[in-house]
Write a protein that binds this ligand. Structure first.
Ligand code: MD3
Ligand code: FE
Length: 209
């Protein structure tokens, strides 16, 4: 287990969402991330409508989430390299499983880790994560680098949102009722993180297959 975490808070108005502030030491994960991105580099994926997403992405795990002109889906092969995605490193899978366990999900065994990289100005508009086979598995997200404002709606893509500021080292676990809630990331503010520079990484662990 890690020696930083002490708190796991249920988030008001978002049933099934748990916030674990300062759960891990971000600096320890920079070399891990660099090695992954040397194998399957970050790229700006295209939507089916032909727009480039503002966050750059890559994946590790048996499956990787991709978007292109044909739509969204999970694939075993990285279309950029033609090779399998790199495996989820043990440090990352154990961190994600520990966080899930702390939030009440024993035996979380993700087969996908989507890596999002935001530069200042980049964000993610409201969407729901619904490409996975079984919504009973939670989603675990790690934030590294610049802070971001995350927002959650409900089962509809409208209405009042709940804001949550995510800092480097924070973890969020989503399960239960909130698993299919609409959510997004406000455009990143300019800044410089001492470890990751002018970027925010988000690692999202899912069980997709
Ligand atoms: C909330 N990523 O990759 S954390 C995504 O910070 C994504 O990069 C954001 O949304 C980021 O799809 C937000 C991940 C997240 C994933 C699933 C959720 C947040 C969620 C499901 C329900 C509510
Ligand atoms: Fe999402």
């Amino acid at each position: 287990m890690n020696d930083v975490a002490t708190v796991c808070r249920a988030v008001d108005r978002v049933p099934g969402m748990f916030y674990l502030p300062e759960y891990f030491k971000p600096r320890e994960y920079l070399p891990v991330l660099e090695k992954l991105l040397a194998t399957s580099p970050l790229r700006h994926m295209e939507t089916s409508r032909g727009f480039k997403m503002s966050a750059a992405m890559s994946n590790c795990g048996a499956l990787g989430w991709i978007s292109d002109r044909k739509g969204y889906r999970y694939e075993t092969v990285d279309p950029l390299t033609g090779n399998a995605w790199p495996a989820i490193p043990e440090q990352l899978s154990s961190l994600a499983a520990d966080a899930a366990k702390t939030a009440g999900y024993a035996n979380f065994n993700p087969d996908v880790c989507l890596i999002n990289c935001y530069e200042p100005g980049a964000g993610m508009s409201a969407h729901r994560d619904s490409d996975e086979a079984d919504y009973d598995h939670p989603i675990v997200s790690l934030s590294l680098g610049l802070p971001a404002r995350f927002f959650v709606l409900g089962n509809e893509r409208k209405g009042r949102s709940v804001p949550l500021d995510l800092a480097s080292g924070d973890v969020v676990v989503w399960g239960g009722e909130s698993r299919l809630f609409y959510h997004g990331i406000r455009p990143l503010k300019a800044g410089e993180d001492v470890v990751f520079g002018a970027r925010r990484f988000n690692l999202t662990f899912r069980k997709a297959g």
